[in-house]
Design a protein around this ligand. Structure first.
Ligand SMILES: C[S@@+](CC[C@H](N)C(=O)[O-])C[C@H]1O[C@@H](n2cnc3c(N)ncnc32)[C@H](O)[C@@H]1O
Length: 217
């Protein structure tokens, strides 16, 4: 990992929650890239990528391995240091700029050929629509914004609640508040995938997938 990790002053509720979440667990995610990212990005020419809420770095390291120059943002320093260790063990630390930020408070500078937001969610106060709208403005002309979220939860999930209503893909797209004439929608749907639980159990779950490309003019 780069030595000069960007950090902010003063911890937020989001940082306290997510830092505790990661610190209480040895490793949370598989270390592999999310399947929709692999499906969408494997055939893209490498460029610059921004990964929002990168967790332990599975997506960022996968993109870097394909030649992308990645900026990976995460609120938890524990998650970031695991992501950094993953990048180092893959020999890819020079290709990833890890930044510790609360995205509700600040957002990286610049524009990117790919902006990736996979399950960017939080049980504590999080202005998700505003952050994703800011993310859309960080897409370079001709670049892609990829947003993937849960559209159902597995039976073992602690987030399972009978009254949970997930937005439809159309509602999620509308919340991005994009100017329609400026974007081409490449994917909009709720595909199924197989999820594996902590005890090896499996279930079919759905995700909301949005992939929109910013027109060059
Ligand atoms: C469900 S996890 C998904 C992690 C990763 N994108 C993946 O798919 O494996 C959500 C991630 O968003 C991060 N996150 C939540 N709120 C955040 C915020 N306000 N600023 C930055 N990251 C945040 C969490 O720390 C967590 O790592």
């Amino acid at each position: 990992m780069k030595e000069d990790i960007h950090t902010e002053n003063g911890s937020s509720e989001a940082e306290q929650f997510w830092e505790g979440y990661y610190r209480d667990r040895e490793r949370v995610w598989s270390g592999r890239a999310n399947p929709v990212l692999v499906d969408v990005a494997a055939s893209l020419p490498p460029g610059t990528a921004l990964d929002l809420g990168c967790g332990e770095g599975g997506d960022a390291v996968w993109l870097a391995g394909l030649g992308w120059q990645v900026t990976a943002v995460e609120v938890s320093s524990t998650a970031l240091s695991r992501a950094g260790a993953h990048a180092t063990s893959a020999g890819l630390e020079g290709r990833i700029d890890f930044q510790q930020r609360d995205l509700a408070r600040s957002f990286p500078q610049g524009v990117f050929d790919l902006v990736n937001a996979q399950y960017l969610l939080s049980p504590v106060e999080f202005p998700r629509d505003r952050v994703l709208q800011t993310a859309s403005r960080a897409v370079a002309p001709g670049g892609l914004l990829l947003v993937v979220d849960h559209a159902s939860v597995a039976p073992w999930s602690s987030h399972r609640h009978p009254n949970t209503r997930f937005p439809t893909p159309e509602q999620a797209l509308e919340a991005l508040n994009l100017v329609p004439e400026q974007w081409d929608t490449e994917r909009l749907g709720a595909p199924e995938r197989q999820a594996i639980g902590p005890n090896g159990e499996s279930a079919i779950v759905t995700d909301t997938v949005i992939a929109v490309r910013l027109r060059t003019r």
